[in-house]
Design a binder for this molecule. Structure first.
Ligand code: HEC
Ligand code: HEC
Length: 219
């Protein structure tokens, strides 16, 4: 957020040209995302090239279809599928906690409202914004409480798994399910920040989550 505030301070007029480029390019290349962050457009200044590459880091990863959204025919899911795919892949409501969603959405409203109309990006009404906010908050990531169980791998889990969203609650999956979730997160890390977990990190985090899920599970 600090970096983003900095961008706003340096002026809306200076910001929109590169954002538009980022948005257009993001649409064309949404399959590869962070993997193409190094691509350059010769006509852009070097600062614009960096801003363009930076804007493609931590975009929602590709792969989610509207039918995969929780309660896919609800007004919230339909609104996300309509308004949230113009600039990047469909975002999952579980990608942020209920506490974080309102500020993520505030950034998205600002981007939609400020984008020149010639891009024809649909802009939700105030009522639709309320529907989207309620839906993301209701289906948000479940976060861990303050008392995570001790155990080897806890520090690595805390450090690695809080990079894109708040720390997930170990109890929300059975011990046997965590390996699939962490493997998927490693794929997201490769797509969104260009670096997956290595085999040792993956194993350590899975072992910790399996143990923490067991330790805190009610019989
Ligand atoms: C006008 C283009 C545009 C639209 C429309 C848009 N986004 Fe984004 N979104 C961006 C850009 C640019 C980024 C990367 C910079 C950032 O994170 O602010 C981004 C990043 C994201 C991220 C990843 C960043 C993070 O903090 O995890 C999520 C999640 C997200 N958008 C959700 C949404 C949702 C939900 C909607 C619909 C309500 C939406 N976006 C609509 C431009 C857009
Ligand atoms: C590079 C960004 C990123 C990092 C780092 C990351 N996540 Fe995620 N996480 C996501 C996104 C995007 C989603 C929503 C899409 C999905 O569920 O695949 C998500 C959703 C989740 C969910 C909710 C969905 C579910 O299946 O229950 C859990 C739990 C989760 N992450 C756990 C973790 C753990 C554990 C780690 C550390 C290994 C981690 N995340 C690291 C991006 C990330």
């Amino acid at each position: 957020m600090t970096a983003l505030r900095g961008v706003h301070e340096f002026g809306k007029r200076a910001m929109w040209p590169w954002l538009c480029c980022a948005v257009v390019l993001g649409c064309r290349q949404s399959d590869s995302q962070a993997g193409t962050a190094g691509d350059t457009i010769p006509s852009l200044s070097s600062m614009d090239q960096i801003l363009l590459a930076a804007s493609k880091v931590i975009l929602p990863p590709p792969g989610l279809a509207p039918a995969d959204l929780p309660d896919p025919n609800s007004p919230g899911a339909l609104a996300i599928a309509r308004y949230c795919v113009a600039c990047h892949a469909l975002p999952a409501p579980s990608s942020h906690s209920a506490t974080d969603w309102p500020q993520v959405l505030r950034r998205m409203w600002a981007r939609m409202d400020g984008l020149p109309r010639r891009f024809n990006v649909p802009v939700p009404t105030t009522g639709e914004r309320v529907v989207i906010t309620r839906y993301t908050v209701a289906n948000a990531l479940k976060v861990s409480g303050a008392n995570l169980p001790q155990g080897p791998g806890r520090e690595r889990f805390e450090r690695t798994c809080s990079r894109c969203h708040e720390l997930a609650d170990p109890r929300q999956h059975t011990p046997g399910d965590w390996v699939a979730v962490v493997t998927r997160m490693s794929q997201h890390m490769e797509q969104m920040v260009g670096q997956p977990l290595d085999a040792q990190e993956l194993q350590q985090i899975v072992l910790y989550l399996e143990g923490a899920s067991k330790a805190t599970r009610r019989p």
